[in-house]
Design a protein around this ligand. Structure first.
Ligand SMILES: [Zn+2]
Length: 417
């Protein structure tokens, strides 16, 4: 007896029946094969594209509350004048409301997981837990802002094994310009002791390159982070716009992931992550939205398309990134980067994370590769259903708590603006 059978879904150009049991895919067979199999629930998926969902590898979810504040400002000025003073006024309740809004936006674009770096982490974990998504929430390490860090409580939670498997922790020294070598070395020691991965902003802007040289005497931000031990298997390096071939070689050799955030990088004119060059060096590449204050949307469909366009423009070649490689980066590679190596693909025994996309959307009417059409031509209105570990989180494009999530976020935003 299966929990769920999807019949006649379109998967990578073929019609299939798919069975789900105990949160995993139990069978993926040609359409019609499971017509007589028993299941608690059956869904006729005719007219739907079946895909793995997206996994967002770099974000600050509760920054939804800061969306649209002084949009046309340089990064350092924007952080110090617009963002940090307002963030100091954030309460756990506000972060909870902002995170719920971000999770909702993610779900509507077909995303079930996020790699977060923000404050009031117990509120972030509560939002992710209640809404059924996967998340990796980071303990923050930053110079001069230890007043609202709740790292000790989180570390205790981690030691007690008090988190469900779809939620995890990471260690996030914010960036090289907001930390010291001592902080970075302490984080590396903690990562060793606790077996936790590291998540950090790296080589985002030209300013950061200058700071690495002038303040730390390093050849580049990546060389400096490597010397401090931050580059190690599983580390997620967000941005990597300002990287040399040497840097890319180090990132690949140390087994790190890059979280490419193309829309944030373009909006802040930070630079372009050189995707094709990084792929040539064997770097594991994923895609993140960054926070809603610097993007400003959290649609992973839009982010994946922007990643492809920036890779092609940066390389000066339309064949610099094949759709299949982009698709793997935003699904399977990204799931592994978040610590879910059994998710991100639709195959027997893999975790049953999937989305159903309505082929009635105009993007699909004239044919072509449906998966590419979804990323390059569709939008969140095409996302019909989203499942995580076999559990429905969005149905018919609708979340049951949507009205309350929007109202709570509006109220929370008024307290800090
Ligand atoms: Zn960021």
């Amino acid at each position: 007896m299966y929990d769920l059978i999807l019949s006649n879904a379109l998967l990578r150009g073929r019609r299939v029946d798919v069975a789900v049991a105990a949160g995993r895919f139990a069978a993926v067979e040609p359409a019609g094969t499971l017509a007589r199999a028993e299941a608690l629930e059956r869904l006729d998926a005719t007219g739907f594209l079946l895909r793995p969902p997206f996994y967002n590898t770099h974000t600050h979810q509760a920054m939804t509350l800061l969306r649209g504040i002084d949009d046309d400002c340089p990064l350092m000025d924007w952080l110090t004048r617009c963002i940090w003073p307002r963030e100091a006024r954030l309460t756990p309740e506000a972060v909870y409301a902002g995170t719920r809004l971000a999770i909702l936006e993610g779900l509507r674009s077909g995303c079930v997981a996020f790699n977060d770096m923000y404050f009031h982490q117990p509120a972030i974990l509560r939002a992710a837990d209640e809404m059924g998504v996967r998340a990796r929430v980071a303990l923050m390490y930053m110079d001069q802002v230890s007043d609202h860090i709740e790292n000790d409580a989180l570390l205790a939670l981690c030691r007690e094994g008090g988190l469900p498997p779809r939620l995890g922790l990471a260690l996030a020294p914010h960036a090289l310009y907001t930390t010291t070598p001592e902080i970075l070395r302490r984080v590396v020691g903690l990562a060793d002791r606790l077996g936790l991965p590291i998540h950090i902003h790296a080589a985002e802007t030209r300013d950061e390159v200058r700071i690495a040289r002038e303040r730390f005497g390093a050849e580049s931000p990546i060389a400096y982070l490597d010397a401090c031990g931050i580059l190690r298997p599983g580390t997620v390096l967000a941005h990597c716009c300002q990287v040399s071939e040497d840097d890319l070689g180090r990132i690949a050799a140390q087994g790190c992931y890059v979280a490419h955030c193309p829309q944030s990088n373009q909006k802040l004119a930070s630079g372009v992550f050189p995707w094709a060059l990084a792929a040539k060096h064997g770097v594991a590449i994923t895609v993140g939205t960054d926070g809603a204050a610097s993007n400003n949307g959290l649609s992973m469909i839009a982010e994946a398309k922007a990643a492809a366009l920036s890779a092609k423009l940066n390389a000066g070649a339309p064949d610099a990134l094949a759709f299949a490689d982009l698709d793997r980066a935003v699904t399977e590679t990204a799931a592994a980067a978040l610590g879910f190596p059994n998710a991100g693909r639709i195959a027997p025994s893999a975790d049953a994370d999937f989305i159903l996309v309505s082929l009635g959307h105009p993007a699909f009417a004239a044919g072509g590769d449906p998966d590419a059409n979804f990323v390059y031509a569709a939008d969140p209105s095409a996302v019909h259903s989203v499942y995580c570990l076999g559990r429905p989180l969005l149905r018919a494009g609708h979340h049951p708590d949507e009205a309350a999530i929007l109202a709570d976020a509006a109220r929370a935003a008024r307290t800090i603006r």
